[in-house]
Unconditional design. Structure first.
Length: 95
């Protein structure tokens, strides 16, 4: 059994990216959602690609940008709920 360190922001962002990737793969019957998730995944990929150069404040800022850029149709998407939960956890760790 593997251990997930929830206080490690790098690991949390990696898990979030995996979740979004899985959701995109499972959205083949909804092309609009698949495109939306591809965009979210691209933005997460940019963040995780330079994770060693960023701090939690930068990560929180980028995640907030992802939330704010979501179209009205996808504002209630479960992926965005996970993005918000990741923000909340990063803020908890930071504080």
């Amino acid at each position: 059994m593997s251990f997930i360190n929830w206080s490690d922001s790098h690991e949390m962002l990696g898990l979030l990216s995996e979740f979004v990737s899985d959701e995109r793969r499972d959205s083949t019957d909804d092309p609009a959602r698949a495109r939306f998730l591809a965009g979210v995944l691209e933005e997460l990929g940019e963040l995780t690609a330079r994770i060693d150069e960023t701090n939690d404040d930068d990560s929180i800022g980028k995640l907030r940008m992802i939330l704010e850029s979501a179209d009205g149709e996808f504002r209630g998407d479960p992926v965005l709920e996970h993005v918000q939960a990741c923000i909340d956890e990063l803020e908890r760790i930071r504080g």
